[in-house]
Ligand binder design. Structure first.
Ligand code: CU
Length: 315
């Protein structure tokens, strides 16, 4: 991803009034679609998945409100399927920009990110249920043009968590659409990805220091199920629906996230002691089939986690 920043300083009578006004820029985003067999759990069991960029979720796209995204979808020639790109942050023509592209072909389009927040992107090619369920989704964060404020404070760390479906290998597109054959839940591409409590093969957990403001961008990429997102042993300090700074709620226990929706949630752990949280889909059938993420709050928290663009922890 290449971006060009234009910084301007406005002066009046020699007084610096606005030293760092960040102007809108054009952000180039090229994403290849790669169909491949990949690990879907911490034990290394593989399934054939269809991916944006070779990972589930696909690459994180982050722009500022007002930026133009100059996007190219590259459907690799070894693929068997046609694919498309549906950015929920875009206002375009579903029959034009979001049209499917055959293997070996590319398609480019542009859109301006007018609305701030957190949005899913996904493949919309036929049968869309199967393409999404096989992993074709990712996240675009559109940071507000006004930046941080009292209503939308700067976090100490940021994490992206995407919950998706995993169906049994060989499930038909028709069954997937009806949720028949669902095997487990994926968190950032793996069952119990960050949960060493429920999965002895899990080597990762999310981390923060006691008292830090930790921001989660949570995306529901499941095709049919809503998520009842709850931080066990904690309370969401604030929740911004759709990640928009204007849609704020305070002191929330469980937040409902429908399919293809996303929210931004802050969690602040007690300052005076180490603690742990389990971020769960409180629909128990989903929690116990993979949708639990452990957050460890301790002084020795990994300094690189949730910082400097390291929002999706991958192994
Ligand atoms: Cu696709």
């Amino acid at each position: 991803m290449k971006m060009k920043k234009l910084l301007t300083a406005v002066t009046f009578c020699g007084v610096l009034l606005a030293p760092t006004v960040v102007q809108a820029e054009t952000v180039k985003v090229d994403i290849p679609v790669i169909e491949k067999s990949m690990a879907v759990d911490n034990a290394g069991n593989e399934q054939v998945m269809w991916t944006f960029g070779g990972t589930i979720p696909g690459p994180l796209v982050r722009v500022k409100q007002g930026d133009v995204v100059d996007f190219t979808l590259i459907n690799m020639k070894d693929n068997k399927q046609s694919h498309s790109m549906d950015f929920h942050a875009a206002r375009v023509d579903v029959l034009d920009e979001f049209a499917a592209v055959s293997p070996g072909k590319s398609k480019g389009f542009q859109f301006r990110a007018d609305y701030p927040g957190v949005f899913i992107y996904h493949c919309g090619a036929d049968a869309m249920s199967e393409h999404i369920a096989r992993g074709m989704y990712g996240v675009i964060i559109v940071d507000p043009k006004d930046g941080y404020s009292e209503a939308y404070p700067k976090p100490d760390r940021e994490y992206v968590i995407v919950q998706g479906d995993l169906f049994k290998e060989g499930t038909s597109a028709g069954d997937i659409t009806k949720n028949i054959g669902k095997q487990a839940n994926l968190i950032n591409g793996k069952v119990f990805h960050y949960d060493p409590v429920h999965d002895q093969n899990a080597s990762l957990a999310l981390e923060s220091k006691p008292g830090e403001r930790v921001r989660f961008y949570f995306i529901n990429a499941q095709i049919n199920d809503s998520v009842a997102f709850h931080p066990i042993a904690g309370i969401w300090d604030r929740v911004w629906d759709n990640g928009n700074a204007k849609n704020v709620s305070y002191g929330i226990q469980t937040y409902n996230v429908p399919p293809a929706h996303a929210v931004t949630l802050d969690l602040i752990s007690p300052k005076d002691r180490p603690t742990n949280n389990a971020l769960v889909d409180h629909q128990m059938k989903n929690a116990l089939s993979g949708a639990i993420t452990v957050l460890m709050n301790h002084e020795g928290a990994n300094e690189t986690y949730g910082r400097d663009g390291n929002l999706i922890i991958r192994d």
